[in-house]
Design a protein around this ligand. Sequence first.
Ligand SMILES: Nc1ncnc2c1ncn2[C@@H]1O[C@H](COP(=O)(O)OP(=O)(O)O)[C@@H](O)[C@H]1O
Ligand SMILES: [Mg+2]
Length: 311
Amino acid sequence: MEHVIEMKDLKKSFGDKNVLNGISLSIPKGTIFGLLGPNGSGKTTTLRILSCLIEPTSGEVTILGHQISKHKEEIRKKIGCVTESPGVYDKLSVLDNLEFFAACYQIPKAKRASRIEFLLRQFDLWERRNDPAGRLSKGMKQKLSIICAILHDPEVLFLDEVTANLDPVSIRKLKDLIREWAASGKTIIMSSHILTEIDELCHEFAIIKGEVIRLTTPQKFREEWSTYNVILDVGADLQKSEQIIKEAKEVEAYKRVENQFHLRIADPETANPQLVKKLVAADVTVKYITPLSVSLEDSYLSLLDQEKEAI
Ligand SMILES: Nc1ncnc2c1ncn2[C@@H]1O[C@H](COP(=O)(O)OP(=O)(O)O)[C@@H](O)[C@H]1O
Ligand SMILES: [Mg+2]
């Protein structure tokens, strides 16, 4: 598999404070990768190193085949980053900000105007193009810094809490765009506190606390932390069903919740049909059998609780 980003034993200290204690991650092309962790866990620091804004204390990063310690200029041309504080110039107009960034990225003059107009329209900022950036609302400024980051159509994007300050409609649009970028082969690393965002967007994510404490996918993580994963509704046939469920080898654990059963089934895809067969053979009416999903937020908070106990 082609890894667009490779971090090897990345460490960072500020003075005598160790912030990153050895982060190693490999991220394949076209992935939306999430960075999750409590405040101060090193997400922004990691993204700033990847964006060539600060140096790691030790360790190496390779982005698109270039080592960050040797080829920052090459890397900078191919990446875009949206950091926590929008790096736009308040006194310059929206258009002038973009012209400035376009010149920095050496976007050919013939292409600049159309690219800028396309993006300003896509982010609903075209009407505000002549306003000084300082007069924009926080959310609009955030959109402007997103446009600045993607102006040169980078192959790799680093997004630090990118939906902060955006309204729900803009968030929805941005999520769709992030998915489109990934589908077209761009690789994205995003940090977020908003677990539904990680859940909806990310193919894979790491929970970090100075080091990687979990590397997983939203689905795997939810499954790992849910005691029950299947809901079974058998209408009125509760007692007969309970006897079958108790004896069925497919069911690892169960509990009755009002008129339903919550079941723990190791491999639902193969085991559910077998269980349904047994119930139907005993003349039970199976109304429905459906996955029981635990939210990513519940799973994440349980993991952090467990980590606390372990310390
Ligand atoms: N320039 C800096 N100087 C000193 N400490 C810093 C600096 N940047 C970040 N830190 C510290 O590093 C830790 C991790 O910060 P950060 O990467 O911003 O965390 P996160 O983005 O996960 O909330 C925090 O304790 C923060 O205070
Ligand atoms: Mg941060």
